[in-house]
Design a protein around this ligand. Structure first.
Ligand SMILES: NC(=O)c1ccc[n+]([C@@H]2O[C@H](COP(=O)([O-])OP(=O)(O)OC[C@H]3O[C@@H](n4cnc5c(N)ncnc54)[C@H](OP(=O)(O)O)[C@@H]3O)[C@@H](O)[C@H]2O)c1
Length: 275
Protein backbone atom coordinates (compact mmCIF):
# COMPACT_ATOMS: atom_id res chain seq x y z
CA UNK A 1 0.00 0.00 0.00
CA UNK A 2 1.30 3.49 -0.82
CA UNK A 3 2.29 6.00 1.83
CA UNK A 4 -0.40 8.72 2.10
CA UNK A 5 0.68 10.53 5.28
CA UNK A 6 4.32 11.07 6.21
CA UNK A 7 5.31 12.54 9.57
CA UNK A 8 8.74 14.15 9.87
CA UNK A 9 9.74 13.92 13.55
CA UNK A 10 8.53 11.04 15.71
CA UNK A 11 8.67 13.02 19.00
CA UNK A 12 5.79 13.84 21.34
CA UNK A 13 3.52 15.45 18.72
CA UNK A 14 4.53 13.20 15.80
CA UNK A 15 3.65 10.14 17.89
CA UNK A 16 0.35 11.57 19.17
CA UNK A 17 -0.82 12.55 15.69
CA UNK A 18 0.20 9.32 14.00
CA UNK A 19 -1.56 7.32 16.72
CA UNK A 20 -4.68 9.51 16.48
CA UNK A 21 -5.09 9.44 12.69
CA UNK A 22 -4.86 5.67 12.63
CA UNK A 23 -7.23 5.10 15.56
CA UNK A 24 -9.72 7.64 14.16
CA UNK A 25 -9.58 5.84 10.80
CA UNK A 26 -8.36 8.87 8.83
CA UNK A 27 -5.58 6.57 7.56
CA UNK A 28 -4.78 2.88 7.94
CA UNK A 29 -1.46 2.17 9.72
CA UNK A 30 0.05 0.99 6.40
CA UNK A 31 -0.62 4.43 4.86
CA UNK A 32 1.39 6.24 7.55
CA UNK A 33 5.16 6.72 7.62
CA UNK A 34 7.16 8.35 10.42
CA UNK A 35 10.70 9.58 9.75
CA UNK A 36 13.00 10.20 12.72
CA UNK A 37 16.74 9.78 13.36
CA UNK A 38 16.19 7.69 16.51
CA UNK A 39 15.86 3.93 15.71
CA UNK A 40 14.49 3.12 19.19
CA UNK A 41 11.64 5.59 18.75
CA UNK A 42 10.87 4.15 15.32
CA UNK A 43 10.86 0.57 16.60
CA UNK A 44 8.41 1.53 19.36
CA UNK A 45 6.07 3.30 16.91
CA UNK A 46 6.19 0.39 14.48
CA UNK A 47 5.44 -2.17 17.19
CA UNK A 48 2.73 -0.20 18.97
CA UNK A 49 0.85 1.38 16.04
CA UNK A 50 1.91 -0.81 13.12
CA UNK A 51 2.84 2.18 10.97
CA UNK A 52 5.82 2.30 8.59
CA UNK A 53 9.00 4.00 9.75
CA UNK A 54 12.24 5.22 8.24
CA UNK A 55 15.34 7.19 9.15
CA UNK A 56 15.61 8.52 5.57
CA UNK A 57 13.92 11.81 4.81
CA UNK A 58 13.86 10.89 1.11
CA UNK A 59 11.11 8.32 1.91
CA UNK A 60 8.53 11.06 2.52
CA UNK A 61 8.67 12.07 -1.15
CA UNK A 62 6.01 9.49 -2.10
CA UNK A 63 3.44 10.90 0.36
CA UNK A 64 0.57 13.21 -0.65
CA UNK A 65 0.49 14.80 2.79
CA UNK A 66 3.58 15.56 4.88
CA UNK A 67 3.39 16.67 8.51
CA UNK A 68 6.34 18.66 9.77
CA UNK A 69 6.71 17.92 13.51
CA UNK A 70 10.31 18.85 14.33
CA UNK A 71 11.65 21.66 16.53
CA UNK A 72 11.95 25.07 14.76
CA UNK A 73 15.77 24.85 14.63
CA UNK A 74 15.55 21.66 12.53
CA UNK A 75 13.21 23.17 9.92
CA UNK A 76 15.85 24.66 7.52
CA UNK A 77 17.78 21.38 7.42
CA UNK A 78 14.66 19.29 6.82
CA UNK A 79 13.17 21.57 4.15
CA UNK A 80 16.55 21.96 2.39
CA UNK A 81 16.80 18.16 2.18
CA UNK A 82 13.28 17.96 0.73
CA UNK A 83 14.33 20.40 -2.02
CA UNK A 84 16.43 17.60 -3.52
CA UNK A 85 13.54 15.13 -3.65
CA UNK A 86 10.94 14.66 -6.35
CA UNK A 87 7.90 15.50 -4.26
CA UNK A 88 4.32 14.57 -5.11
CA UNK A 89 2.78 17.11 -7.54
CA UNK A 90 -0.21 17.31 -5.18
CA UNK A 91 1.85 17.60 -2.00
CA UNK A 92 0.22 19.18 1.04
CA UNK A 93 2.74 20.29 3.69
CA UNK A 94 1.24 20.69 7.16
CA UNK A 95 3.47 22.25 9.80
CA UNK A 96 2.86 22.30 13.55
CA UNK A 97 6.17 24.06 14.14
CA UNK A 98 5.68 27.11 16.35
CA UNK A 99 6.77 30.47 14.94
CA UNK A 100 7.66 29.39 11.40
CA UNK A 101 5.62 31.28 8.80
CA UNK A 102 4.02 29.93 5.64
CA UNK A 103 6.26 32.33 3.66
CA UNK A 104 9.35 30.96 5.42
CA UNK A 105 8.45 27.38 4.49
CA UNK A 106 7.31 28.26 0.95
CA UNK A 107 10.79 29.60 0.18
CA UNK A 108 12.09 26.00 0.30
CA UNK A 109 9.31 24.40 -1.77
CA UNK A 110 8.25 24.49 -5.44
CA UNK A 111 6.14 27.53 -6.38
CA UNK A 112 2.43 27.25 -5.58
CA UNK A 113 2.97 24.51 -2.99
CA UNK A 114 -0.01 23.87 -0.71
CA UNK A 115 0.96 24.65 2.89
CA UNK A 116 -1.04 24.68 6.12
CA UNK A 117 0.48 26.15 9.27
CA UNK A 118 -1.09 24.86 12.46
CA UNK A 119 -1.01 26.02 16.07
CA UNK A 120 -2.10 23.21 18.32
CA UNK A 121 -1.68 22.61 22.06
CA UNK A 122 -0.67 19.96 24.62
CA UNK A 123 -4.19 18.70 25.48
CA UNK A 124 -3.83 16.90 22.12
CA UNK A 125 -2.14 14.25 24.24
CA UNK A 126 -5.55 13.39 25.74
CA UNK A 127 -7.63 14.06 22.59
CA UNK A 128 -8.79 17.44 23.92
CA UNK A 129 -6.51 19.71 21.91
CA UNK A 130 -7.39 22.99 20.21
CA UNK A 131 -5.83 23.27 16.78
CA UNK A 132 -6.05 26.33 14.53
CA UNK A 133 -5.18 25.73 10.87
CA UNK A 134 -3.98 28.51 8.57
CA UNK A 135 -3.91 27.42 4.90
CA UNK A 136 -2.18 29.33 2.09
CA UNK A 137 -3.97 30.13 -1.18
CA UNK A 138 -2.87 26.91 -2.89
CA UNK A 139 -4.65 24.53 -0.51
CA UNK A 140 -7.67 22.89 -2.14
CA UNK A 141 -10.98 22.38 -0.36
CA UNK A 142 -10.39 18.64 -0.14
CA UNK A 143 -6.90 19.19 1.33
CA UNK A 144 -8.40 21.59 3.86
CA UNK A 145 -11.06 19.02 4.82
CA UNK A 146 -8.40 16.33 5.14
CA UNK A 147 -6.25 18.53 7.41
CA UNK A 148 -9.29 19.30 9.59
CA UNK A 149 -9.99 15.57 9.92
CA UNK A 150 -6.35 14.95 10.95
CA UNK A 151 -6.49 17.53 13.76
CA UNK A 152 -10.07 16.66 14.74
CA UNK A 153 -8.60 13.26 15.68
CA UNK A 154 -6.85 15.00 18.62
CA UNK A 155 -9.56 17.48 19.68
CA UNK A 156 -11.23 20.51 18.14
CA UNK A 157 -9.94 22.19 15.01
CA UNK A 158 -10.83 25.25 12.96
CA UNK A 159 -9.54 27.36 10.07
CA UNK A 160 -8.29 30.95 10.46
CA UNK A 161 -6.08 33.25 8.38
CA UNK A 162 -2.37 33.15 9.32
CA UNK A 163 -2.48 36.73 10.67
CA UNK A 164 -4.28 35.42 13.79
CA UNK A 165 -1.70 32.78 14.68
CA UNK A 166 0.36 34.92 17.11
CA UNK A 167 -2.79 35.64 19.12
CA UNK A 168 -3.78 31.97 18.91
CA UNK A 169 -0.31 31.04 20.19
CA UNK A 170 -0.68 33.51 23.07
CA UNK A 171 -4.18 32.24 23.96
CA UNK A 172 -4.72 28.52 23.26
CA UNK A 173 -1.09 27.57 22.47
CA UNK A 174 0.35 28.91 25.73
CA UNK A 175 -3.01 28.70 27.52
CA UNK A 176 -2.50 25.27 29.10
CA UNK A 177 0.57 26.70 30.87
CA UNK A 178 -1.51 29.56 32.30
CA UNK A 179 -4.26 27.18 33.38
CA UNK A 180 -1.78 24.81 35.06
CA UNK A 181 -0.42 27.72 37.10
CA UNK A 182 -3.91 28.77 38.19
CA UNK A 183 -4.84 25.16 39.06
CA UNK A 184 -1.63 24.76 41.07
CA UNK A 185 -2.43 27.94 43.02
CA UNK A 186 -6.03 26.84 43.70
CA UNK A 187 -4.81 23.46 45.02
CA UNK A 188 -2.45 25.29 47.39
CA UNK A 189 -5.37 27.51 48.41
CA UNK A 190 -7.36 24.42 49.40
CA UNK A 191 -4.37 23.07 51.34
CA UNK A 192 -4.07 26.41 53.14
CA UNK A 193 -7.66 26.01 54.28
CA UNK A 194 -6.82 22.59 55.76
CA UNK A 195 -7.87 20.21 52.96
CA UNK A 196 -5.66 17.17 52.25
CA UNK A 197 -3.64 17.86 49.04
CA UNK A 198 -5.13 14.95 47.05
CA UNK A 199 -8.67 16.02 47.94
CA UNK A 200 -7.89 19.64 47.07
CA UNK A 201 -6.53 18.51 43.68
CA UNK A 202 -9.67 16.46 42.96
CA UNK A 203 -11.95 19.37 43.91
CA UNK A 204 -10.04 21.87 41.76
CA UNK A 205 -9.71 19.66 38.68
CA UNK A 206 -13.37 18.61 38.70
CA UNK A 207 -14.47 22.22 39.30
CA UNK A 208 -12.41 23.27 36.27
CA UNK A 209 -13.72 20.49 34.03
CA UNK A 210 -17.30 21.06 35.22
CA UNK A 211 -17.16 24.82 34.71
CA UNK A 212 -15.65 24.40 31.23
CA UNK A 213 -18.39 21.88 30.31
CA UNK A 214 -21.08 24.22 31.59
CA UNK A 215 -19.76 27.04 29.39
CA UNK A 216 -19.43 24.73 26.38
CA UNK A 217 -22.73 22.88 26.72
CA UNK A 218 -25.03 25.75 27.72
CA UNK A 219 -23.32 28.22 25.35
CA UNK A 220 -24.15 30.95 27.90
CA UNK A 221 -21.92 33.96 28.46
CA UNK A 222 -19.48 33.25 31.33
CA UNK A 223 -20.73 36.38 33.14
CA UNK A 224 -24.28 34.97 33.08
CA UNK A 225 -23.09 31.67 34.56
CA UNK A 226 -21.11 33.60 37.19
CA UNK A 227 -24.22 35.58 38.16
CA UNK A 228 -26.06 32.27 38.67
CA UNK A 229 -23.60 31.21 41.42
CA UNK A 230 -23.18 34.64 43.01
CA UNK A 231 -25.86 35.12 45.65
CA UNK A 232 -26.20 38.54 47.32
CA UNK A 233 -23.81 38.89 50.25
CA UNK A 234 -22.63 35.29 49.76
CA UNK A 235 -19.29 33.50 49.62
CA UNK A 236 -18.70 33.73 45.85
CA UNK A 237 -19.13 37.51 45.65
CA UNK A 238 -16.77 37.86 48.63
CA UNK A 239 -14.13 35.88 46.71
CA UNK A 240 -14.79 37.76 43.44
CA UNK A 241 -14.24 41.04 45.28
CA UNK A 242 -10.69 39.87 46.09
CA UNK A 243 -10.06 38.71 42.50
CA UNK A 244 -11.11 42.15 41.21
CA UNK A 245 -9.08 43.95 43.90
CA UNK A 246 -5.96 41.98 42.91
CA UNK A 247 -6.68 42.70 39.22
CA UNK A 248 -6.97 39.15 37.89
CA UNK A 249 -8.76 40.43 34.76
CA UNK A 250 -6.01 42.95 33.94
CA UNK A 251 -3.37 40.31 34.72
CA UNK A 252 -4.90 37.83 32.26
CA UNK A 253 -5.29 40.50 29.53
CA UNK A 254 -1.63 41.41 29.95
CA UNK A 255 -0.57 37.73 30.12
CA UNK A 256 -2.06 36.89 26.74
CA UNK A 257 -0.89 40.19 25.22
CA UNK A 258 2.69 39.51 26.32
CA UNK A 259 2.61 35.90 25.08
CA UNK A 260 1.25 37.13 21.71
CA UNK A 261 4.01 39.74 21.43
CA UNK A 262 6.58 37.09 22.29
CA UNK A 263 5.21 34.85 19.52
CA UNK A 264 5.56 37.76 17.04
CA UNK A 265 9.14 38.44 18.19
CA UNK A 266 10.12 34.76 17.86
CA UNK A 267 8.59 34.69 14.37
CA UNK A 268 10.64 37.76 13.39
CA UNK A 269 13.80 36.14 14.75
CA UNK A 270 13.05 32.98 12.74
CA UNK A 271 12.60 35.15 9.61
CA UNK A 272 16.00 36.78 10.19
CA UNK A 273 17.48 33.27 10.47
CA UNK A 274 15.77 32.37 7.17
CA UNK A 275 13.34 29.90 8.77
N1 LIG B 1 4.50 19.47 22.42
C1 LIG B 1 3.46 20.32 22.22
O1 LIG B 1 2.49 20.41 23.00
C2 LIG B 1 3.41 21.22 21.01
C3 LIG B 1 2.30 22.04 20.86
C4 LIG B 1 2.22 22.86 19.74
C5 LIG B 1 3.23 22.82 18.81
N2 LIG B 1 4.31 22.02 18.98
C6 LIG B 1 5.36 22.04 17.96
O2 LIG B 1 5.52 20.72 17.47
C7 LIG B 1 6.87 20.53 17.08
C8 LIG B 1 7.33 19.21 17.67
O3 LIG B 1 7.22 19.27 19.08
P1 LIG B 1 7.48 17.99 19.97
O4 LIG B 1 7.11 18.36 21.36
O5 LIG B 1 6.85 16.77 19.34
O6 LIG B 1 9.09 17.88 19.83
P2 LIG B 1 10.03 16.61 20.04
O7 LIG B 1 9.41 15.64 21.01
O8 LIG B 1 11.43 17.10 20.31
O9 LIG B 1 9.99 15.88 18.61
C9 LIG B 1 10.74 16.30 17.49
C10 LIG B 1 11.31 15.03 16.85
O10 LIG B 1 11.91 15.38 15.61
C11 LIG B 1 13.10 14.60 15.47
N3 LIG B 1 14.00 15.18 14.46
C12 LIG B 1 15.00 16.08 14.62
N4 LIG B 1 15.60 16.32 13.43
C13 LIG B 1 14.97 15.55 12.50
C14 LIG B 1 15.14 15.34 11.10
N5 LIG B 1 16.08 15.98 10.42
N6 LIG B 1 14.31 14.48 10.47
C15 LIG B 1 13.35 13.81 11.16
N7 LIG B 1 13.14 13.96 12.49
C16 LIG B 1 13.94 14.81 13.15
C17 LIG B 1 13.66 14.64 16.87
O11 LIG B 1 14.66 13.66 17.04
P3 LIG B 1 15.80 13.94 18.18
O12 LIG B 1 15.09 13.99 19.48
O13 LIG B 1 16.68 12.75 18.04
O14 LIG B 1 16.44 15.25 17.82
C18 LIG B 1 12.40 14.38 17.70
O15 LIG B 1 12.14 12.99 17.81
C19 LIG B 1 7.67 21.73 17.61
O16 LIG B 1 8.06 22.54 16.52
C20 LIG B 1 6.71 22.47 18.50
O17 LIG B 1 6.86 23.87 18.34
C21 LIG B 1 4.42 21.20 20.05
Amino acid sequence: MTIEFAVIGGGVMGEVLSRAVTSAGVYTPEQVLVVDPNPNKLRKLQQEIGIKTSSHLSDVAQAQTVLLAVKPDNVPKVLSSLQHEKLSAHLLLISIVAGVSIEGMAAYLPEQSAIIRVMTNTPCLVNAGMSVLAPNGHVSESQQALALSIFSAVGESLILPEKYLDAVTGLSGSGPGFVFLIVDALIEAGVLQGLPRAISRQLVVQTLIGSAKLIQETDRHPAQLRDMVTSPGGTTIAGIQVMEEYKIRATLLKTVETATQRSKALGERNKENKI
